[in-house]
Design a protein around this ligand. Structure first.
Ligand code: F6P
Length: 360
């Protein structure tokens, strides 16, 4: 069986530094093997509105390796199987339309770059007969079956730099500085940035916290003369027996928005420790900007390997890092669940050995 001559590529879900590096790698590798690449705009919307698609040549991807965002655009509200529309009838199923357009466009296989939600949609299309190769993306680093996603290293680098900057002002004013980072239901960004930035306290969703323990750690530091403390809080962290802090509740078609725990922690620590506390929310700054060299290389390896898989007609799989190799894993194993921090693993115990309090 010969390999496809025309493939589609799309990016879905929240953006992450390195998306453009994957697009570039797929286009270049495809070109090397005489495969035409069609860029679909705004995730699966590109299959609903095929007129927005365009041929991508190496000329079109020149210079995008270092760019954040995605030249194809993205959305995290466009599930074609349950598309949100402003009518009383509820969401619409556009999947048949997507299948029809996919065939009419002459696309023979699809590269889908996305997180858990986008890859789950990709898996549904695969079950409907579309040959798909998934590429895992998220700054949260929480996709199952891969030890790393691109975007994570860039987010951690930014958060670590922010912690470095907070250190100097915290020390000058003898304050507690609380920094809230992203990561959804996993504490990877908080943990890595906390260790990389030399934080004193790291609160992650996997270890419910008790603020009296955190306050004790801060007082202990004051007692030996440090007089300032850096607290890193993952947006999904929550107190033992308590719940996560959300900006807006989720619905059937929209995931909940996390945020606000940093403020709660700062207010409570100021009250219990009797010293000034300030909080900073790093938010989407963690998703913007250039990918680090590590993310550029990982993204390029992922994109190149995705094309290699298509040359072998291997579909229904996701490219993954199983250090030191890039491998293919079945999409069905990767979707529907996330990879969280192992609380008994070496990274947490490294943190504990450094004197970091996890609030437990
Ligand atoms: O999944 C990536 C992520 O940045 C999470 O860390 C965060 O909770 C969420 O996306 C924010 O999503 P949005 O950009 O839709 O607010």
């Amino acid at each position: 069986m010969s390999h496809p001559k025309r493939i589609g590529i799309l990016t879905g879900g929240g953006d992450a530094p390195g998306l453009n590096a994957v697009i570039r790698a797929v286009v270049k590798a495809a070109h090397t093997h005489d495969i035409e690449c069609i860029g679909l705009e705004d995730s699966f919307d590109g299959l609903i509105h095929p007129e927005k698609s365009r041929v991508l040549t190496p000329r079109d991807v020149t210079g995008i390796l270092r760019l954040g965002g995605t030249v194809l655009g993205t959305t995290n509200r466009g599930n074609p199987f349950a598309y949100p529309v402003n009518t009383d009838g509820g969401p619409v199923d556009y999947s048949d339309l997507c299948m029809k357009n996919y065939k009419e466009m002459g696309i023979e296989a699809l590269v889908v770059i996305g997180g858990d939600g986008t890859l789950a949609i990709a898996h549904e299309f695969h079950l409907r007969g579309v040959p798909i190769v998934g590429v895992p993306k998220t700054i949260d680093n929480d996709i199952a079956e891969t030890t790393m996603t691109f975007g994570f290293d860039s987010a951690v680098a930014f958060a670590t730099d922010a912690i470095d900057r907070l250190h100097t002002t915290a020390e000058a004013h003898h304050r507690v500085m609380v920094v809230e980072v992203m990561g959804r239901y996993a504490g990877w960004i908080a943990l890595y940035a906390g260790i990389g930035g030399g934080a004193d306290v790291v609160l992650i969703p996997e270890i419910p916290y008790d603020l009296t323990k955190v306050a004790a750690r801060i007082r202990e530091r004051d007692a030996w003369g440090a007089r300032f403390s850096i607290v890193v809080v993952a947006e999904g962290a929550h107190p033992a027996g308590g719940s996560r802090t959300v900006v807006s509740e989720g619905s059937a078609h929209r995931v909940e928005r996390l945020g606000g725990v940093g403020e709660l922690v700062a207010v409570e620590l100021e009250r219990t420790c009797g010293k000034e506390a300030r909080y900073v929310v790093l938010g989407h700054l963690q998703r913007g900007g250039s990918p680090t060299a590590y993310d550029r290389v990982l993204a390029t390896r992922f994109g190149s390997f995705a094309v290699d898989l298509m040359l072998r007609n291997e579909y229904g799989v996701m490219v993954a890092l199983k250090s030191p190799d890039i491998v293919a894993v079945p999409l069905e194993r990767a979707v529907g669940h996330i990879r969280t921090v192992n609380v008994n693993g070496d990274i947490v115990s490294t943190g504990r050995n450094m004197g970091i309090s996890f609030g437990d």
